[in-house]
Design a protein around this ligand. Structure first.
Ligand code: ADP
Ligand code: MG
Length: 322
């Protein structure tokens, strides 16, 4: 037993509430008091993870803690922001020390890596659900939006796509493959790397940017809608891992996995062709593949080059209420 609501907060969550110059009051009062820097804009985002919907019920608490923060960091990354603080609203079925310790270990990995501070939250009893709100800073006017894609821009993605969706199949016991690949797919699902450094590097380069949470087709689709443009992407250019290639999926299965599979948390962005060498340098300095997969066109819609011809692709991703 981890004790009462207030003991849980004091023991598990307050230690993440480290001091900052701009934080007049953190955890402990009715609201936090923040003095934002004068030359920065505040980026604010929130994401909920519900057990059984956003992660399988049997997911390890360390993975749940890690991912709850990772998906929020990914939203700050895609805006080109520097993450600063977060709030945590958690609903717990019971007060369980082992569970809370492991959950906080997962959170701690990213708090330490990105030097974040926890400024408040809410702790309640109920079905397992975690909501994190995150805030970051960006120099005024420099946030990377979905709406800036321009006809002629190159389209890029970071990392590799499709492994997280494959991890979901592994987690459900629906995919038998060698142990090492299974581990890698599960890692992609449970431990996505938020691309914060990439977002910062793209501030003066990208015209539009989004993080891929619902599949490339849907998320690139959001850029196209917001920017009133279309896109052509090339099937063979979409980066996939050796592990995924090794599964020898049919074209249709692979397309499903990389275009419509979710949870990759890579960045998709567009940039003028003038920046090709800068983007190559960024990729080298970050030791992260950044792959050109197509270009922005005037005609609305998403077109996919496969077997030598462009075909329109439906822009659909995961919809909680569909
Ligand atoms: P109130 O009743 O005024 O809403 P609470 O009793 O819910 O306040 O919380 C007490 C303090 O602990 C507040 O400062 C709140 O932000 C903080 N807090 C509660 N739960 C968490 C949590 N999970 N993580 C961080 N801070 C929390
Ligand atoms: Mg409260």
């Amino acid at each position: 037993m981890a004790g009462s609501e207030f003991e849980i907060i004091r023991r598990y969550f307050s230690p993440f509430g480290t001091k900052r110059d701009w934080l007049a009051v953190g955890i402990g009062d009715d609201a936090a008091v923040i003095t934002p820097p004068a030359d920065r804009q505040l980026l604010v985002s929130i994401d909920t993870l519900n057990a059984g919907i956003h992660f399988p019920q049997h997911t390890l608490p360390i993975d749940i803690g890690y991912k709850a923060l990772a998906v929020n960091l990914s939203d700050i990354a895609s805006m080109g922001g520097e993450p600063q603080w977060f709030t945590l609203a958690i609903s717990l079925p019971s007060s369980d020390d082992n569970w809370l310790t492991a959950f906080c270990d997962g959170i701690a990995q990213l708090v330490d890596k990105y030097d974040l501070t926890l400024i408040g939250g809410d702790t309640t009893r109920g079905p397992l659900s975690i909501t994190i709100q995150i805030a970051g800073h960006v120099p005024t006017g420099q946030a990377l939006l979905r709406s800036g894609a321009t006809v002629g821009d190159d389209i890029y993605v970071t990392g590799q796509l499709g492994d997280a969706a494959t991890g979901l199949l592994v987690s459900a016991g629906k995919l038998q493959t060698d142990t090492d690949s299974q581990k890698a797919f599960l890692h992609a699902l449970n431990r996505p790397s938020p691309r914060v450094a990439t977002g910062l590097g793209l501030r003066n380069i990208a015209n539009a940017c989004i993080d891929i949470s619902d599949g490339l087709a849907a998320d690139l689709g959001h850029i196209l809608d917001a920017s009133h443009v279309g896109a052509e992407i090339v099937n063979d250019a979409i980066p996939i891992s050796g592990n995924l290639r090794q599964l020898n999926l049919s074209d249709e299965q692979l397309q499903q996995r990389v275009l419509f599979g979710g949870d990759d948390y890579e960045l998709c962005f567009t940039a003028s062709t003038d920046y090709r060498s800068e983007i190559e340098q960024l990729s080298v300095s970050l030791q992260l593949p950044i792959t050109r997969i197509g270009s922005i066109i005037k005609e609305p819609g998403l077109f996919y080059l496969q077997h030598g011809k462009f075909q329109p692709l439906p822009i659909k991703g995961y919809d909680h209420f569909a």
